[in-house]
Design a protein around this ligand. Structure first.
Ligand code: FMN
Length: 214
């Protein structure tokens, strides 16, 4: 098993997989990495479908612009958001956990004030779609946990965000209301390891120079 920094360094998008199946323990470990991800107010909006069936993979490939490696991978994680994680009932549950686990005692600023927390908590359910961006951002964190865990286990994966039709996805997996696919993650043994892809320099990602000591 690689360390986190080894996994970050060695990860590549893998678009060619061997057909040998993944051990069940690896599938479970990858899902566990998603489950443990952080999320705003601990809402945990991520949901997954584990696809191993050939016919389902073929249909997934077609919905995702015919990208062949989706069908090649022994396991494909279909990564979804469940917007009901932002509904009032769920908010209340998560908020109670904040109290039970002593999180509220560690809060500062506005959120340390129980009256302000109460205000947020009691807001009525508006259109849940307004939470889509937060749900997606949180789910993307969980997915990257999966990617790095796969790498650490010696496996390859490739994010697939190119989803042609959300409606076709919903129909294929009979997704419940307010649940949407946001990405697809094929995972398997890499057939070939590509060289690292270029990245822009450290200077170009800094909006102002580093402190002098660095
Ligand atoms: C949100 C997201 C969506 C992506 N969607 C696709 C995709 O649909 N098909 C694909 O081949 N690669 C996809 N990629 C992989 C990127 O092309 C890849 O990460 C990038 O070119 C850098 O290469 P590397 O991952 O090997 O470092 C996606 C990556 C991310 C983070």
């Amino acid at each position: 098993m690689l360390t986190v920094s080894e996994a970050i360094n060695q990860r590549r998008s893998i678009r060619s997989f061997r057909s040998d199946p993944l051990p069940d323990a690896a599938i479970l470990e990858i899902l566990e990495a998603a489950r443990l991800a952080p999320s705003g107010s601990n809402r945990q909006p991520w949901r997954f479908i584990v696809v191993t069936d050939g016919d389902e993979k073929t249909r997934l490939r077609k919905i995702c612009f015919d990208q062949a490696f989706i069908e090649e991978a022994p396991v494909v994680f279909v990564c979804c958001v469940d917007l009901t994680a932002y509904a009032k009932a769920s908010r209340e549950k998560r908020s109670r956990e904040f109290i039970d686990f002593g999180v509220t005692e560690t809060l500062s600023g506005y959120f340390a004030d129980p009256a302000i927390r109460e205000l947020f908590l009691n807001e009525p359910d508006s259109d849940l779609n307004v939470h889509f961006m937060s749900a997606m951002a949180n789910t993307y964190i969980a997915i990257e946990h999966m990617v790095l865990t796969a790498t650490a286990l010696g496996l390859g994966s490739c994010w697939v965000g190119a989803i042609g039709s959300v409606e076709e996805m919903n129909a294929l997996f009979h997704l419940p209301p307010a649940t949407f696919v946001v990405a697809v993650l094929p995972v398997g043994h890499s057939a070939k390891l590509p060289p690292p892809r270029p990245r822009i320099s450290l200077n170009s990602i800094l909006l102002r120079p580093l402190p002098a000591r660095l």
